[in-house]
Write a protein that binds this ligand. Structure first.
Ligand code: CA
Length: 214
């Protein structure tokens, strides 16, 4: 059996050097977010590029994002959308989403992205969908509730992307018992047995599960 590949910093640098096509506005947003105390919440640039590819593959036009942070993922997806495409993104943080708004404006994407400030489970009552693609990247203890709310709003054949499913490896460490880790473990197990979806868990960045609604 081949040895599993571990992506150390040198290999990630190489991967970036030969495959990353990051628009300047996203590069600037990433640089600004790197100085933020919660910078680890930003998705990796190769993940943004992958999600943009998924938007194209799916022919997505209607996207729901739960967890916006400083707006990298929404901007990466928006740039891949057709002119009549749109994103509804939910977050509770005024400070980080102010950074997001600034960069959406700088990229000319502000008309395609609507920010809904407030608890997502409340916001979603006003957003019936349907959506082609959902990106789930908010508080982990509510992931299951977000998944179920997203499922109801997703078209058949639509895709839910669930971020941080490997949680820096904590999910595989039985000594870790905090609520976030337990919630991710439970969701991963649930999805494995959930016949409503076709799934694939990718060891991309912090782990990304693709779940396609059947
Ligand atoms: Ca994340």
């Amino acid at each position: 059996m081949p040895k599993a590949l571990t992506l150390d910093d040198r290999l990630i640098d190489y991967l970036h050097s030969v495959s990353l096509r990051e628009p300047e506005v996203l590069r600037q947003l990433r640089a600004e977010t790197a100085a933020h105390p919660r910078s680890q919440m930003q998705i990796a640039p190769e993940q943004g590029q992958f999600m943009a590819l998924l938007v194209e593959l799916l022919g997505a036009r209607r996207i729901l994002e739960i967890g916006c942070f400083t707006g990298y993922s929404s901007l990466a997806m928006s740039l891949a959308l057709p002119a009549d495409g749109y994103i509804d993104t939910c977050d509770v943080d005024e400070e980080t989403t102010a950074i997001a708004r600034h960069y959406w404006q700088a990229a000319g994407q502000q008309d395609k992205i609507t920010l809904h400030l407030g608890p997502a489970l409340d916001t979603l009552k006003e957003l019936p969908g349907p959506y082609d693609l959902v990106f789930l990247d908010a508080d982990k203890v509510n992931y299951d509730a977000y998944l179920e709310a997203s499922y109801k709003r997703l078209r058949a054949g639509g895709l839910i992307l669930i971020d941080n499913v490997l949680w820096s490896g904590a999910v595989a460490d039985e000594s870790v018992r905090d609520p976030d880790t337990e919630a991710l473990r439970a969701l991963n197990r649930k999805l494995q047995a959930d016949s409503r979806f076709t799934i694939s868990m990718l060891p991309l960045a912090d782990g990304l599960t693709l779940a396609r609604k059947r």
